[in-house]
Design a protein around this ligand. Sequence first.
Ligand code: TXA
Ligand code: MG
Length: 366
Amino acid sequence: MSTSKKTAKILLPSKENLKLLASKLTEGHLVAIPTETVYGLAANAFLADSILNVFQTKERPHFDPLILHFPSSYLKSDNPLRSLEKNQIINLSDYSETLIKKINALLKHFCPGPLTILLHKGARVSDLITSGLKTVAIRFPSHPVAQSLLELVDFPLAAPSANRFNHISPTTTAHVLSELGTRIEYILEGDACEVGVESTVLYPSEKEMIILRPGKISQDEIEKFTEVKTFLHSTNSKTIQSPGALETHYAPRKPFFRSEVNLDSLSQKEFTNQIQKKLNHSKKIGLLLFQSDALLLKQKNETYEFDPIFVLSKNHSDIESAKNLFKYVRLLDESSANVLLTEPCPYSTGLGDAITDRLKKASKSL
Ligand code: TXA
Ligand code: MG
């Protein structure tokens, strides 16, 4: 008799499979789904047992709330927020008409897409989802496969990223399989995620817009569009807390360090001084590079073995870098390198902010 555990099935997004997965979700099963940012571990948001199962499967602490995902059909109504309120997902009694108009405009402009908005929760949203907070996170993913599935169910999908808590977010079905393959039954195929880093999380108010997690939709874009001052949240802010914005997150298992300057700009002596103490007698370093010239770096530091070396984007594209980020960190973690090393992200775009945010949480400053 075999004692091996069953592994999850990867299902192509055919009509039949989507129907099957919609009925599995209705019954309370978990399904990993593609989105344009990262893969999510989806559950029927109206079933307490399914929500509990999400936390358990991810080993996620209950203080870290979940995002609810909705079909784009909401965005076609004149007033998406009032439609969400009618379904008791949110409660707009404390919102002015001006703010409601602004948020509706934001949703219609940026969604479906990688933007999550925090709104006062309605009666149908359980405290399990919001971790007892007054607000609920709302998102309309643009991935066509996610949208096809969302249109087939009559409940929102609660979906955190489909990784174990604190691990690297998955951007392919193979990543989901390696994170949760023995813990879930179904993974829906949607190819590699286009954006590669999680959605921008925004707390809107009339006075200011606060970004709790940077993503592709940038501070600048939101500020220009809303004409409301927009800030990147700092972890010690008193106004609003993001329970998931922990200082360490997205972390590989191997020691991962970050230089504050480009690695090829360091002299041999500076490099040795910075890295020597961290290496623990090993000379095998895995590299994640933005701008440094790998050849120059090798020539300057011949005593070390740099292997593997990943360049996030040879064309210096923030889009390509974001798309490759989690894949490369995962490959570095699985490599034979003993220590991992990266350098500053040079892009000052929304994706640049998002990459810097994730790397700061995944690595330690040298
Ligand atoms: O791109 C994404 O947003 C992906 C895909 C699957 O949609 N989802 C995702 O979920 O990244 P998760 O659970 O890994 O991250 C959600 C973040 C957490 O940092 C959580 O603390 C925060 O959003 N969050 C959720 N609800 C919140 C709330 N009511 N107030 C403050 N932060 C909230
Ligand atoms: Mg996550």
